[in-house]
Ligand binder design. Structure first.
Ligand SMILES: Cc1cc2nc3c(=O)[nH]c(=O)nc-3n(C[C@H](O)[C@H](O)[C@H](O)COP(=O)(O)O)c2cc1C
Length: 217
């Protein structure tokens, strides 16, 4: 039985592009894999306690018998998050682009994990395992666009997943997802639809490939 970890972090349930594209990848994977367990962590609709990171960061320097109940709880949450990642053979991280970066919910999850000895920078607990970052941006940030260089999420997420945790990362991107609801973007609707279709196609392809890789393992 293969275990795949899936992170969802959109602050909306209905209409979320990252959830829909991650669903496509998951469906393709599960259809082709004999016995797959998907281990889910939802941090968009049910965020982690924002105070947990600060508590856990310093709790490690406090002798075990002197830790406060809040510190013990925060460390236990960090351990739980780390256990989830270690238990999986592959990863799907669905992360929306908010305010030119990632949400505090995603940052809190990463920060808390990095307080855990298995996920501190320099550790390689899950290195080499396949991972997919499914990211959706409302606008366009490609080369030559007015906001080229304003995407401060993708590079940071790549740094964490690929360079720090050593995952074998593929990125599945959707752009212009606000074109349908923003009248100022009306002329970009066709391009947005193509872009979304390509993201679903890529997710489907990656799901099928991952099934082959996990079946052979
Ligand atoms: C609070 C909020 C802030 C956002 N900030 C940005 C932004 O800075 N740039 C951008 O291109 N899109 C922005 N968006 C649009 C999202 O990136 C877009 O809706 C994306 O599809 C969200 O992922 P989801 O569809 O999975 O919810 C924002 C959306 C929300 C709700």
């Amino acid at each position: 039985m293969s275990t795949v970890f899936r992170l969802d972090s959109s602050i909306r349930g209905e209409g979320s592009v990252t959830r829909a594209v991650a669903d496509t990848l998951e469906s393709a994977l599960v259809a082709d894999l004999d016995g797959a367990a998907v281990l889910r962590r939802e941090i968009g609709l049910t965020p982690l306690d924002a105070a947990a990171w600060g508590l856990s960061a310093f709790a490690g320097y406090v002798p075990e018998d002197q830790r406060s109940p809040e510190q013990v709880k925060a460390m236990a949450l960090a351990t739980e998050l780390a256990d989830e990642l270690v238990a999986a053979e592959a990863y799907v991280f669905a992360v929306p682009f908010y305010n030119f970066g990632v949400s505090q919910h995603v940052k809190a999850w990463v920060d808390l994990l990095m307080t855990e000895p298995r996920f501190a920078p320099g550790t390689q607990s899950i290195a080499g395992r396949p991972a997919f970052l499914v990211i959706a941006r409302g606008g366009g940030y490609g080369a030559g666009t007015p906001r080229e260089g304003w995407d401060h999420a993708t590079a940071w997420l790549t740094r964490v997943f690929s360079d720090i945790w050593g995952l074998d990362l593929q990125i599945i991107e959707s752009e212009l997802t606000l074109a349908d609801v923003n009248p100022a973007m009306a002329e970009l609707r066709e391009l947005a639809a193509t872009n979304l279709e390509e993201a679903h196609n890529a997710a489907h392809k990656h799901g099928k490939r991952l099934a082959v890789v996990l079946s052979a393992a």
